[in-house]
Design a protein around this ligand. Structure first.
Ligand SMILES: Nc1ncnc2c1ncn2[C@@H]1O[C@H](COP(=O)(O)OP(=O)(O)OP(=O)(O)O)[C@@H](O)[C@H]1O
Ligand SMILES: [Mg+2]
Length: 333
């Protein structure tokens, strides 16, 4: 059994790289906990956000790329494995690619290793996100052809220029879709007089959010009136949300320019020709390709099913052991 696992801050994806398989699991990375006991995981847990009594806590055990709660991260993963019928024996023998953020410290890397062991995985190759994203984007990563990619998820954005031997320049930053959701909550409170929850904010971003100056979609947001504290609703237009979105996309692009500034001239010339590969859930925003291309002044390409680029890349690497051995993060680093 060959598995690729992407334990994201927002969603967990598992890809099975055996014949005929593909994405076998795609669920929110959260658990609902009552008195220290996990009552629900994934979709079932997420739909409870903001709707439970004080006894129930909704916990996202991975925050901005860090495993902040190993115990719940492990319980969640084990439940996900059960859900897709992966037995302990299968997991014990499985060949696994596990995604880790770009450039994480030895200590944070150790917490990923501990987690993998805790959930019963024995043959694990840890690979930094940009390699997986580039592979999943079908970028031609080969000698003399460096690849520039940006993967933006819920809590983290990884930016890197890669060569087959290593990261030429890159880092991960704690900016992602969650920041936009929070900005939408603030906007709705300040300008529309409506308190909304994070599920509503995320839905507004995903349904209305766009980087196009001509976006014309509208929706109704439900919540609680700021003035009367009673249930209330109001209409929202795409363009109203644009500043909440550009604030963070611009931040990502500003940092991306810092990465580009560090490149040796020949690599810069190459990147200028091949452009940037975009992946991660946030890159599902309409018009993001055009926006990034104009801000970075280079070609941009959103890869197919951007949210699954990392696990798809993991699957491809499991079929190419030579490359995998070269790029996996070594334990004694
Ligand atoms: N259609 C969409 N438009 C805009 N954003 C979207 C869309 N669909 C999903 N997202 C956002 O993408 C983010 C999740 O993406 P992804 O699954 O790549 O993140 P993750 O891997 O869990 O997190 P991270 O990599 O930051 O740890 C969420 O913020 C989600 O709201
Ligand atoms: Mg991710």
């Amino acid at each position: 059994m060959k598995l690729a696992i992407d334990l994201g801050s927002s969603t967990t994806k598992i890809y099975c790289a055996n014949a005929g398989n593909g994405i076998v699991l795609f669920e929110p990375s959260c658990v609902a906990v009552v008195d220290g006991e996990v009552k629900a995981v994934g979709k079932e847990a997420k739909k409870l956000i903001g709707k439970t009594t004080h006894q129930t806590q909704i916990i996202f055990p991975v925050y901005e790329g860090w495993i902040i709660d190993t115990r719940y991260a492990a319980e969640m993963l084990k439940k996900f494995f059960q859900k897709v019928g992966l037995s302990q024996m299968t997991l014990f023998r499985a060949d696994v690619v596990f995604n880790i953020p770009c450039g994480i410290s030895a200590m944070d890397f150790a917490s990923y290793q501990m987690l993998a062991e805790e959930v019963g995985l024995r043959k694990v190759h840890f690979v930094e996100a940009p390699y997986l994203a580039a592979t999943g984007a079908y970028a031609r990563l080969e000698e003399g052809n460096p690849v520039f990619c940006i993967d933006a998820g819920g809590g983290v954005t990884n930016v890197a220029v890669l060569s087959p031997e290593g990261v030429i320049a890159g880092f991960s930053m704690n900016v992602g879709g969650n920041n936009i959701d929070a900005a939408i909550i603030d906007y709705m409170e300040a300008y529309k007089g409506l308190y909304i929850g994070s599920l509503t904010a995320e839905r507004l971003k995903n349904e209305l959010g766009s980087l196009s100056p001509n976006a014309r979609i509208s929706a109704v947001a439900e919540g609680c009136s700021v003035s009367t504290s009673l249930p209330s609703s109001t209409g929202v237009q795409s363009l109203e949300l644009t500043p909440c979105i550009t604030a963070y996309i611009d931040k990502i692009l500003e940092y991306s320019k810092l990465v580009l500034n560090k490149l040796p001239a020949e690599v810069a010339a190459n990147v200028n020709q091949s452009g940037v590969f975009l992946s991660g859930g946030l890159m599902k925003l309409p018009y993001v390709r055009e926006y990034v291309a104009s801000k970075l002044d280079m070609r941009a390409q959103v890869c197919e099913e951007p949210q699954f680029a990392i696990v798809r890349g993991g699957g491809a690497l499991l079929r190419n052991k030579k490359t995998l051995q070269k790029i996996e993060r070594k334990v004694d680093e």
